[in-house]
Write a protein that binds this ligand. Structure first.
Ligand code: DOR
Ligand code: ZN
Length: 429
């Protein structure tokens, strides 16, 4: 549903704070933000008691197409993103074939344009086939619209390769996103190494697997005098290394994911494979440290790491199950519940970490509600409570450990490029 809309009576998240304003949409753009605007021919959306935010921006998700359409495809993934309030998403390269060349990048962009107005930005691989050996053609990938380079899901083990990747990517204006995991240290680990891995008899993954790679990649970024972004920080030590690197003026940014803010390794105790994710859910101490690092600015933004899987990938024993959580449809509410309702971040700070901050990290033109900008909007009921039911997910991946949990903050309507992409019935019914 597209057209002329007047979103009336809400609190708008603007670059200078949250203000009671009306917001008008015309020709796919935000045409006005002001007080007491009148409808004259515009369809009115009543946003009384609602927050009118920039559409959320996710710089780390897995849309699975091409190749793993049984888990998700671009149409189902963007529909799930829209339901979660996201209007710009960046998808990782671990598809089949891997997004390590211009043809696959262009394919993803074309399929996304057909799927609808949620913006999909492909992240291409650092190395061909994600094998950690031969570098991809950064220049060509930048030219066809890749917004960053990452071997996410796999680590670039060879430090020299990573160093060269940083140097080439910089030349073509692309940022490298590190999946920080020393797989020699991960070994055959399945969950966080600690009390619960011992109690459950599951092989553990030491925090050192993540922390040594974060340290290596910060040092390489310093050596190459370039920027780097670290994906899904999950440990106290990892956050502390980044804090120190920032103090030393290394150009490092980082993200965490909603599950590290909300869940811990204790959740694995019933062997629910929906708790299997990489990096693994950590301890309560790590969870608190991640929250502190969000509050003090060490962690710049929140990304979903939406990783949908087919039931057959999860309905097996813990050892064999695929890692990942289907995250689009719970991301905002988890963050709102834990961080804002929990008194850690102001609403403005949370919106920044889910809109303009991630957009800035990858240089995306998104995340700001200002007159003249593309009309990407999420309308959110801040006090609404709801109980997660993964069977109702729009995503093809119903793999969530949050089923049955009650969360606050609910996305009611999402508008991308001036079109209602979620919540049309609520908005216009
Ligand atoms: O749990 C994860 N799942 N971590 C990753 O890094 C990759 C992702 C996937 O692609 O399923
Ligand atoms: Zn990753």
């Amino acid at each position: 549903m597209s057209g002329k809309f007047l979103i009336k009576g809400g609190v708008v998240v603007t670059p200078d704070g949250m203000k009671g304003r009306d917001l008008m949409i015309k020709d796919s753009k935000i045409s006005r933000v002001g007080e007491n605007l009148t409808a004259n021919g515009f369809k009115t959306i009543d946003a009384t008691d609602m927050i009118v935010s920039p559409g959320l921006v996710d710089i780390h998700c897995h849309l699975r197409e091409p190749g793993y359409e049984e888990k998700e495809d671009i149409a189902s993934g963007t529909a799930a993103a829209a339901k979660g309030g996201f209007t710009s998403v960046c998808c990782m390269a671990n598809t089949n074939p891997v997004n390590d060349n211009a043809v696959v990048t262009e394919f993803i962009k074309k399929k996304a344009a057909l799927a609808g107005p949620v913006r999909v930005h492909p992240i291409a691989a650092i190395t061909k086939k994600l094998a950690g050996e031969e570098l991809t053609e950064a220049g060509e990938l930048a030219e066809v619209g890749a917004v960053a380079l990452s071997d996410d899901g796999k680590c670039v083990r060879n430090a020299m390769r990573m160093r060269l990747a940083l140097s080439y990517a910089k030349r073509f204006g692309l940022k490298v996103i590190s999946h920080p995991e020393d797989t020699d240290l991960t070994d055959s680990g399945l969950m966080n190494e600690g009390y619960w891995s011992t109690a459950l008899g599951l092989p553990g993954i030491t925090r050192a697997a993540e922390e040594t790679m974060i340290a290596r990649d910060c040092i390489l970024a310093e050596t190459e005098n370039t920027a780097i972004h670290i994906a899904h920080v999950s440990t106290r030590g990892g956050a502390e290394i980044i804090r120190q690197a920032k103090r030393r003026k290394i150009a490092v940014t980082c993200e965490t994911a909603p599950h590290y803010i909300y869940a811990t390794d204790e959740w694995v105790k019933d062997y629910d494979t929906n708790t299997k994710v990489n990096p693994p859910l950590r301890t309560e101490d790590d969870r608190l440290a991640i929250i502190e690092a969000l509050a003090d600015g060490t962690i710049d933004c929140i990304a979903t790491d939406h990783a949908p899987h087919h039931i057959d990938d999860k309905n097996v024993e813990y050892t064999l199950a695929a890692s990942g959580i289907s995250g689009f449809e719970t991301a905002f509410s988890i963050c709102w519940t834990v961080l804002v309702k929990g008194g850690i971040l102001s609403p403005e700070e949370l919106f920044r970490k889910m809109t303009s901050a991630p957009a800035e990290i990858l240089g995306l033109d998104a995340g700001i509600t200002e007159e003249g900008n593309v009309a990407d909007i999420a309308i959110i009921a801040p006090d609404a409570e709801w109980t997660v039911d993964p069977s109702k997910f729009v995503s093809r991946g119903h793999n969530s450990p949050f089923g049955g949990r009650t969360l606050s903050g609910m996305v009611k309507c999402t508008i991308a490029g001036g079109e209602i992409v979620y919540g049309g019935e609520w908005a216009c019914g």
